[in-house]
Each structure stands twice: as C-alpha cells, then as structure tokens.
Design a binder for this molecule. Sequence first.
Ligand code: NDP
Ligand code: MG
Length: 380
Amino acid sequence: MKKTNLIIYGATGSIGKSVLSIVRSNREKFNVQGITCNNNYKKLIKIAKEFDVKKLGINKQIKCTVNDINKYTVYEDIDSFSKIYDSKTDVIIFAISGLAGLDLFHKLCKSGKKIGMANKECIISIGKNFRKEAKKSGCTIVPLDSEHNSIFHLLNNDYGVFESITITASGGPFRKLPLRSFNNISIKQATSHPIWKMGKKISIDSATMVNKALEIIEAKYLFDLEDDQIDAIIHPQAIVHSMVNYKNGITTALLNKPDMRIPISSLFFKFNGYLNQTKQLNLLEYSKLEFYPINTSRYPAIKLGKEVMKMGGLAPNAFNYLNEILVKNFLNGTIKFTDIVRLNEINLEEIFNKNSNIMKPKLNDIKNINYWIDNNISFG
Ligand code: NDP
Ligand code: MG
C-alpha cells in the first residue's frame, strides 16, 4: 500500500504531538517527509530520529549545538519553509500558531495539496479569499479545529440548505469564577484549561473566549455563512462540538470525546480509521450534557468578536492581531488578564478612526495595517 507522504508545519507543538501520535500507531501508513519548529530544535531532532524525517525547518536562526544536524536538510527561516513540500507530498498539516505563518499559508493555498488546517489566525486574517486561491490550485482544506472539523463532516459538502450553525465552547477555566476575582487572574490560572491540553496562546484565548470569537469568524469564512447563521453556546463537557440546524426543525450534531486526535485522524482515515488509544464515546458515562447561553459580561470577547465580524474587511484581522500582541504582553506580565479584551476594543476603535476599513483586503493591506498596529498600539 502506498504510504501517505506527510509534512508537519509546527511539529513540536500540541497539535504536532497529536498528529505524531496518530503516525506512531499507524507507522506502515505514513512517511513523514518534513517537520518544522520555531526554535525548539532539540525536540525537532528527537522527532526526526524517531520518524526518520530528512527535512527540517527551523525558523529562528540559532546555532544548532547538535552533532548530527548535518544528516538533515535544514531550512532556516520560515520564508524558506515552502520549499519543504514537493511533488510527492500528499498531506500538509499546518499547525504553526498565530500569524507568523501568514505568507506560508498563502503560498500553500496555491500548492494544490490536501491541507489539514489547525491554525485559525491566518484564516481570519485573509478572510474568505483563501478559499478562492485554494480552489483554483486544487487544494482541499480540511479544518482540524474540533468544532470546524465536525461541521465539515456534518455538512459533507452539502452547503446552502441549512438555516444556521451552532458551535460549542467549554467555557474555559473561569466559567464559575466570581467576576470580582477576574482582576487577579494569574498566568498559571489562565493557561490551565479544564478539558483541553493546548499551546499557551490558545489556552489564554480559551480563557478570555477570544478563541470562540475567532472560531465564530473562522466558521463564517470556512463555510461561507451570513453573520446571523453562526453562533456559539456553552457546553462544559465538550462532547457535542457543533450542530447544524435545518429549516425543517432537524438539528444534526457531532459528538466525540475531547481528543484532538479524533478530528485529525479524520483527515487520513475518514470514519473508517482507527486510533488505538481512543475509546468509544459512551454517553452512559455522563450523567448530563449541559448547554448554556454565553454571558457577555463574563466573556466580552464574544460581543466584540461579533462586532468585528459584522464590520468585515480588515476588522477581524485587526482584532486577531491585537489579541496576539496583548496575549504576549499578558504572558510577559505587563498587562492584566482583563486588559486583553478591554485594550483590544479601545485599540480597534482608534485603528478605524485613523485608517479606513478595506472590504476586500489583499495580503499587503493586511501587512500594512498590522505594521500600523505595531507602531501605534496603546497599552493605556
Ligand atoms: P503550540 O504553541 O503548542 O505549537 C505551535 C507550533 O508552532 C510549534 O511547533 C512552534 O515551534 C511553532 N511556531 C510558533 N511560532 C512560530 C514561528 N514564528 N515560526 C515558525 N514556527 C513557529 O500551539 P498549538 O499546537 O496548541 O496550536 C497550533 C495552532 O492550532 C494554533 O493556531 C491554534 O489556534 C490551533 N489549534 C490548536 C488546538 C489544540 O488543541 N492545541 C485546537 C484547535 C486549534 P516551537 O516549538 O519551536 O515554539
Ligand atoms: Mg476549537
């Protein structure tokens, strides 16, 4: 049987770990051609040894103090990462976090390959334009974010006949924390998600629920929705990932245990695949599945996210880029947890007071506004 030739951008992260776990239990089905990291090259080489990978991408130009680095073809700097895939590549996993991979993703959309897309930030920045590029080149983009992967399966390419889509949110670590305690939230508290074990940035985004706001916008762009066709509700057990509501009153939902290997494995095996480590969902193990509306005083990010989605154009990108900077500042200890969304709103207003919104932005428009943000962001 022909092996699947695989490239994993962001192999050293949490999604990368889940992908490699699937490969590990299905060795005979995969050939890992290339893997990348930002600066965690020791971990990258460990992975390369285990999976016999020949091509490595290391973004930060650091002197690798590992003897056998010469055994590999090394691509330094993210700008050269697009050279890692070749005509034999079957599937590309895009799991670099944040906007650092914006140019790379743009190039990959022109590759004609099957792309497992974990990163939501690039989709939100580029808007629905990426779908046009991808279609032209023959790319299939399979979303790996659990909610969007479940919508992808529920719709099964049957677009246009449903009324609306609902995605779920676990509510993160602060679903029950008294609002008066929000001012003192520590980095450790904010990165301790009750259900998912993820990278730092997305864990903070889940705590503020900026993640869910981004996912609402991500769903709009991935599935070509109107603003009022997409919403989110809280479901603490994280078993139901999304629901598609039809005009005749029927709602279909997709259920599985919260384990990222499940949406990722669907990229390779669809429903017939297997995962040694994943147990079947047994609903009898759950005394109840709960659903609640999102309280926007607790989670102001949802209200702000819906506003920027309505504004369209450069606004979702600006919301996302500001968030990326503000999360870094929270992790550095320079701003408080509650400042993340508060400062995002203040800065958004300033950005669009001083710059006009461009409704069909090109990559350069996105870079220009982000440059403006870098130089004008206020932390006051
Ligand atoms: P992690 O922080 O765990 O991993 C990020 C990966 O990207 C690492 O390999 C990291 O390398 C690499 N990376 C980071 N910055 C750069 C850069 N500037 N240049 C090149 N490589 C870089 O993140 P996650 O795996 O949690 O998330 C990855 C993406 O998937 C995010 O966009 C997230 O929103 C999305 N996602 C994640 C989910 C999850 O369960 N984790 C669920 C749904 C979506 P290094 O190790 O060297 O830092
Ligand atoms: Mg998600």
